[in-house]
Design a protein around this ligand. Structure first.
Ligand SMILES: [Zn+2]
Length: 237
């Protein structure tokens, strides 16, 4: 079953495309469910498919040679998994893509997407815009990880996850947050505790943001900078 134009418009990148390009790409996009734990990119195989997320979130995990892992970025309805590699041809991704929050996506074969990028200036522009967003977000996140305290980085991660999945209660473990931020688990537990006064509640397997405005005030500038840039770069027209 092909995707409808209404499906496409739920993804902020696909929503940027002129209507003619939306119709062109819709024929090749297939709606799929994202289930928590699904592995959509693997270090050992080429990028076969590109996933445009409609709901939920996929984490892109970097694996070091000693087996330690770090979340390089996460993709929600503002983006796509595999698009940077997929639009340039099918290459090995050197990272894993794992569904962190279940939802829905539109899938297209990387080979077909590459043809569409060559045929259409609108689709090419969308792929370029995505590459700019990925680079900008990763640079800002790298600066944040290098310069800002753990509480701020945790606040940024949680607010970005909330925006991506549009829910205030996030099903995440302290172990996962430690991996996402590249720190040990006890440090995450302490940081979560110190953010309680900003309306953060947490328990086994969940974190809930009860007062996003207050948490935003307690967080460094990076959350606001990334959000502002995303809104600018994804503004249609
Ligand atoms: Zn920061």
């Amino acid at each position: 079953m092909a995707a409808t134009i209404q499906d496409l418009q739920q993804n902020r990148l696909l929503n940027l495309l002129p209507r003619e390009d939306q119709r062109r790409i819709a024929r090749d996009l297939v709606p799929v469910d994202l289930r928590r734990g699904d592995e959509l990119l693997d270090v050992s195989i080429p990028v076969n498919d590109v996933h445009f997320v409609l709901e939920g979130s996929i984490s892109v995990i970097m694996i070091m040679s000693d087996g330690s892992a770090f979340e390089g970025r996460a993709v929600g309805f503002e983006g796509a998994l595999g698009l940077v590699a997929g639009a340039g041809g099918t290459r090995r991704p050197f990272r894993r893509g794992i569904v962190q929050f279940g939802g829905k996506a539109l899938k297209i074969s990387a080979i077909r997407l590459k043809q569409l990028v060559e045929e259409s200036a609108g689709i090419r522009d969308m792929a370029m815009r995505n590459a700019e967003i990925v680079v900008f977000t990763m640079l800002q996140t790298a600066a944040c990880n290098a310069l800002h305290p753990l509480e701020s980085r945790l606040g940024r991660w949680l607010l970005m996850a909330r925006d991506r999945i549009r829910k205030s209660e996030l099903r995440v473990t302290h172990e996962y947050l430690a991996e996402a931020l590249g720190v040990h688990r006890p440090a995450v537990t302490l940081a979560l505790k110190s953010l309680r006064k900003y309306g953060l509640a947490s328990g086994r397997g969940y974190v809930r943001i009860d007062d996003a405005a207050s948490l935003e005030e307690a967080t460094c500038e990076c959350y606001r900078t990334i959000k502002y840039q995303l809104d600018e770069m994804l503004a249609a027209g």
